[in-house]
Design a protein around this ligand. Sequence first.
Ligand SMILES: Cc1ncc(C[n+]2csc(CCOP(=O)(O)OP(=O)(O)O)c2C)c(N)n1
Length: 576
Amino acid sequence: MAESVAEALVRTLVAAGVRRIYGIVGDSLNPVTDAIRRSGTVEWVHVRHEEAAAFAAAAEAELTGRLAVCAGSCGPGNLHLINGLYDAHRNMAPVLALAAQIPSSEIGTGYFQETHPDQLFRECSHYCELVSHSRQFPRVLQSAMQHAVARRGVSVIVLPGDVAAMDAPSHDFAHGTFEGVPVVRPADGDLARLAELLNTARTVTLFCGIGCAGAHREIVALAERLHAPVGYSFRGKQWMEHDNPYAVGMTGLLGWGAAYDAMHACDVLLLLGTDFPYDAFMPTSPRIAQIDVRAERLGRRSKLDLGLCGDVRETIAALLPLVEAKADRAFLDRMCERNEHARRKLRTYVDHVGTRRPIHPEYVAATLDELASPDAVFTVDTGMCAVWGARYLHAAKGRRFLGSFNHGSMANALPQAIGAQAAYPDRQVISLSGDGGLAMLMGELLTLGQHELPVKLVCFNNHTLGMVQLEMEVAGFPPHGCKLKNPNFAALAEAAGLDSVRVEDPAEVRPALERVLGSKGPALLDVVTDPNVLAMPPKATIAQAKGFALAMTKMAFAGELDDVTDTVMSNRRLLP
Ligand SMILES: Cc1ncc(C[n+]2csc(CCOP(=O)(O)OP(=O)(O)O)c2C)c(N)n1
């Protein structure tokens, strides 16, 4: 009997190394679901919201570097994928999304559940095509997979159920994927110009993004030669913080340490594999050079003196012989000292508040850092959890950090943890979830139980949309619409089959974390934290301070004195 399009799809995905597909079934997907069932080699990971399927596939792809797949049924089913697909695409995670479509004969008639995914997903993909004939299918599949792995990002195949059930052409040549990565480095003349820029500068700072993955040795060697402090983004942290005596922390809203100062006070700033989006944190006075393998990114965040196209590791390796060793390390020493000072200050917040009620989130994050395994995968929700993760979780070699760092979506941490744990069943995977984030995709607690994924969740239950509360305060708005009336998340999680603990007393934080991390299956710690702690960026502006004072004044005049007092009391440690 001839192979169907759906069967050919599954066979080719298996050849490409795909081991699981995240999604929710639906009748337009039935031929595919049935082909998966009969294959016996591909696991169907049944999530409770398709958005989680896309986040999970993206997490798997980001961690493994390989193609991962999610699927949704026609209309609303695949529409739910969209937020996770945006996130995947922005993170350059190679994800193939199967968007099932209504019967091909009904397209364009306003049929039940009709949408046009081939238009809807265009902006969040490199490749997005409708399969309207079985003979078209093998090469569309090949193109889709190839776009995802070669250009790093999302591909979408829109597949009507009737086409999926058709016989596949007998002479197809869908191959799996070709994933070889070419060696890309700048031409010799460009390298010489960069070497000249670095050699003639008195002081140099390096700022590293995710493009520095795999380039630790070369970058540390360059920093050593130049006596250059090394700052990094959150995505760069996992590659550059460990075993690096030149590391000076992060800049940006989540930032800490001396990275901001080092980037602003140097003569030459060298940006490596970073597309860090916050131009407000970019300096204007140093001369700036940028290296990125994606040449289209050069110069879009700051005014460049030099922009070079190349893979970071290859480029630095080729550059090193041209770079002269600097004699003076006063700048580096000053920045390292400043960084140490900032690190000690972060630590004093923890020591200072370790007995304070309500529990301070910094204390929870710092204790978690101590107890988590050296190769843990952490996922951090968009919101204050990203701040605590950036500042209190050490990027020991082997640890990985996932977040929605470019798309900035809430509720990313739990579904990302699902994908991470599915890909690495034996590794410790820890989700730092906000209470708002957890509630948004709470159904995914059931996915953990159903698929026996031993994810550990720490819910920072501050009864508020904390990040937005803070944004309102520094902009001078009294917080409004932020407060959350929450259930006991531990009780809820227990009903979903998770080993769960709730703590309100700081003395219980450590034993509760030990229990949750030591639990065999999925587990959740619901920790009631202070909603009023402020997290300051490395450079708070006068306008932000004024905005904060204004918001407090407005709240006082509106009779919300208790909230004002709580906020001030919670943040006494920030006062000089
Ligand atoms: C899907 C989505 N909705 C809204 C926002 C705006 N937003 C950013 S952070 C945040 C608050 C998150 O609250 P929570 O998860 O409770 O974490 P907290 O900041 O309190 O730690 C909101 C509403 C967003 N980024 N994404």
